[in-house]
Design a binder for this molecule. Sequence first.
Ligand SMILES: NC(=O)c1ccc[n+]([C@@H]2O[C@H](COP(=O)([O-])OP(=O)(O)OC[C@H]3O[C@@H](n4cnc5c(N)ncnc54)[C@H](OP(=O)(O)O)[C@@H]3O)[C@@H](O)[C@H]2O)c1
Length: 351
Amino acid sequence: MALRRLAGNLVSAVRPLSCLQLARNYRAAVLTEFGRPLQVQDLEPKALAPDEVRVAVYNCGVNASDILTCQGVYENLPNLPFVPGFEFSGEVLEVGSEVTAVQKGGRVIGLQSSGSGGFAEQIVTTAADLFPVDNSLEFEAGAALADTYATALLGLQRRAALQKGDTVMVTAAAGGLGLAAVDLAANVFKCQVIAVCGTEDKASLVREKGAFAALGFHREHLKKKVRDVTGLKGIKVIFDAVGGEVFEEAIKCVAHEGKVIVAGFASRTVPHVATSSLLPRSFSLIGLSLRHYREADNAVFRQAVLDSIELYESGLIAPHISAQYPLEQVNEALSFISERKSTGKVLLDIR
Ligand SMILES: NC(=O)c1ccc[n+]([C@@H]2O[C@H](COP(=O)([O-])OP(=O)(O)OC[C@H]3O[C@@H](n4cnc5c(N)ncnc54)[C@H](OP(=O)(O)O)[C@@H]3O)[C@@H](O)[C@H]2O)c1
């Protein structure tokens, strides 16, 4: 009897504590005005809806689209105040009453599709935006894999049908997306990768990742340099996330029946191509957007992320992380990328 009372007291002592834990304010980097620095603020947690999940964020990827959103120049700008950060890893803190796909305490990778993001100690999301992973998968890798590798995988495998031994040119090859494309093309598809990047340090990195040639970008010489290193008339698949004049020069290197993947515009210049220029070499231009795959074909989107996780777990690919910043230095993290100092991924370390 006394034991039962003691047990009852313990349960009632524990319950209010865990509620208190969830009710405790959490820190988040908040965008209050487009074009202004983020501010780290204390926010109050909201109660979960039945289909929602609360995740303790341990690492969050800092991506080009976060920068564009903060600057107010991205598609579908959010209402302010807003917490950016759509790519994160962490542990499930709490699940809504209808959620069965993830459990409290489980380790997850997340790609937030809408609402407040992961530049924060906590994020509220839905199971549809989460990917449960083994406890052996490091949080850092978890926040550095999904966006870039799933995008590159969709582009190279599904859209360009890359084959072993093909020649592949990757521009912005030391950036987050480019390095994932180099890694996949060289180490998974066993292709001959020619990387284009900005500095000698970046060239060393992409060679280490598996590129057999790393070229600096020079407007007049790209085509000749490619011919010099490959001895070939053209490149089978070109993966471009720069746009602008880099794209214009890169497509001059495409082979007969080659494919050019249009994955992004790091230069912020959208090139315009005369369709007549596609005819002499019968080449294809291929658009690619992971974000839009998520809406248009969710099964393909989820499979690309799951495949990326599996490739990582089997040791075939390895995301490169050039810097990690604490939440308080989130603005430094954004500048590090904007100033083209980063290679591969940049993360926030929020633990
Ligand atoms: N299609 C999709 O689903 C998808 C997914 C992820 C990202 N993206 C897009 O892909 C692009 C690259 O993303 P990311 O994550 O790889 O970015 P990132 O890590 O910042 O890398 C971009 C790289 O672009 C190169 N670059 C060349 N010309 C540039 C210029 N004029 N201004 C700035 N950078 C220039 C830089 O490398 P060098 O200094 O070596 O030239 C830079 O490191 C972005 O536009 C992003 O929005 C698209």
